[in-house]
Structures are given as C-alpha cells and as structure tokens.
Ligand binder design. Structure first.
Ligand code: PLP
Length: 266
C-alpha cells in the first residue's frame, strides 16, 4: 500500500484545541491526509484569550523538523505561530532546504489581541520567511503590520497584496474577513484576494453571522497546504481551502465563556 499524502505544520499549540496546531491537524484529518506537527511554541489558551505563551528552543524545533522530513517525508508545509526571530530564522532555513510547497501564515496577534510574534521578529518574517513561501496568507492586520499598508476597502486589497509580494512569496492570499466584519463594502460576503502579481482571483463566500470563529486563519492555511500537497495548483487549492473554512465557520460552536472554535466535523 502506498503511504498517504503527508503535510507538516510548524506552529504553536492552543491548549483549548481551537486554533494553532490542533486546528491544523483537525483540518488535515478532515481533508484526508496524514498530518504531522513541529511544535514551535506552547500557549495556555481558552475561549477567553491567551493566558501564557512559551517558545521552544531552536534546537528542539530543528530536531522535530529533521525527524519528520528525514524519515517520513512531507509534500507540503504550513507555518503558523513562530514566536521569535531566532525561531523564524531557523524555520526559514529548514524550509529553504526542503523544496516542497510552503504556506506561510504570518501570525501576529490573536483575535483577542494577544501577541503571538515578538515585534523584534518582524524583520525576519519579511526578509527570511516570506521569501520561502509558495503562498503567504496574511489577514488585513498582518498586511498592515508587515507592510504599513492599511486596507480599508476591497479595492485597496490590491495595494496590500503588492506590498506583501515585494517580500518574495510567489503568491499572496490577502484575507478580507476583517474588512467585512467592520460593515465595509464587502459586509455581505467575506472576500479574499489571491494573486501572484499577474493573475488575480477574488475568492468570495457568504458571510456567516457566527462569532465562534477561533482558528479560522490556521484552518484556511492548513487546508491550502493540504490541497497543494495533493498536487493541486495554487488557485485550485485556494478555492478549495476557502470552501472548507467557510463550512467550518458556519459550523463554529460555543465553548467556554468567550469565542468558540470553527468546526471540522461539518
Ligand atoms: N493560538 C495559536 C497557537 C495560533 O496559531 C493562532 C493563530 O494563528 C491563534 C491562537 C489565534 O487564533 P484566532 O485569531 O483565530 O483566535
């Protein structure tokens, strides 16, 4: 029997099971591949926010990565919370050696406003991590944090995308969900822009009035990496990932006293 398609997440653990590595592995399971994880950071987290965060030593991250890649092999990698500049640099170096599609979710701050990346790591994300990406998947806050471009309407997403592409990812998927949440022109829909600077795809989905959206970004990026690992093109993989996350958001459920997670069992 041939081995299954294998996808790796390099990210942070969410003890509450809604985002981070836990969301990544659930997504991979739901989409029918073998998910693997390199833990870069651990958070104490629940529906109310992040109560604590600890990064792992660079050596521990390198060792996990090498264990997986050297024996089992990967067909795509997704990165999420990488916490610090030394971790971002080490992971970028490993990704550059691996030669498979890479989805970089440039995680900066949680929905509750908790920092998941040190400010001192931003230069390493721009200069080292983004150039390794097949697709980068920033939300609008991350576009602003990385490029200084503030996107306030769907048309301005083009400017944000161009500014991210200048750092070297092959494609960027700018997620406009936050724009719609503010009641902007895209309020009835959640609109994302996928572009490599030449081709342009606007991904649209009906906006679900559900506040239980914890883990949305991790889920989208993992679904994208999973579809790339299966051999789909970037535009096809992005469309499939958008469909998956839209279903997961629609099925998001309450948990604890705050914001519940998206659901992978829909
Ligand atoms: N915790 C971890 C470990 C994450 O990687 C992320 C997002 O990438 C979050 C929390 C934040 O999730 P959300 O903003 O969907 O609540």
């Amino acid at each position: 029997m041939a081995p299954p398609v294998r996808v790796l997440t390099v990210a942070g653990s969410d003890s509450g099971g809604g985002a981070g590595i836990q969301a990544d592995l659930k997504t991979m399971l739901a989409l029918g591949v073998h998910g693997m994880s390199v833990v870069a950071a651990v958070t104490a987290q629940n529906s109310l926010g992040v109560q604590g965060a600890w990064e792992l030593p660079v050596e521990a991250v390198r060792a996990q990565y090498r264990s997986v890649v050297d024996d089992i092999g990967v067909q795509a990698v997704k990165t999420g919370m990488l916490a610090s500049a030394p971790l971002v640099e080490a992971v970028a170096e490993l990704l550059a050696e691996t030669g498979v599609p890479v989805v970089v979710d440039p995680v900066g701050v949680s929905k509750h406003g908790d920092p998941l990346l040190a400010a001192s790591a931003l230069d390493a994300v721009r200069g080292r991590l983004l150039p390794t990406a097949t697709v980068a998947t920033p939300n609008l806050d991350e576009v602003a944090q990385l490029t200084g471009v503030h996107v306030d309407c769907p048309k301005a997403m083009r400017r944000g995308a161009a500014a991210v592409l200048a750092f070297g990812p092959r494609w960027v998927l700018v997620k406009g969900g936050h724009l719609a949440a503010d009641g902007g022109p895209g309020a009835a829909e959640a609109v994302d822009l996928l572009t490599d600077g030449r081709e342009e795809y606007w991904l649209r989905a009906p906006r679900h009035p559900n506040r239980h959206t914890h883990g949305t970004g991790c889920t989208l990026a993992s679904a994208l990496a999973t579809e790339l690992a299966k051999g789909r093109s970037v535009p096809e993989a992005a469309a499939a990932a958008k469909e998956y996350v839209t279903g997961a958001i629609a099925a998001g459920f309450p948990l604890g006293g705050g914001i519940g997670p998206v659901d992978h069992g829909w």
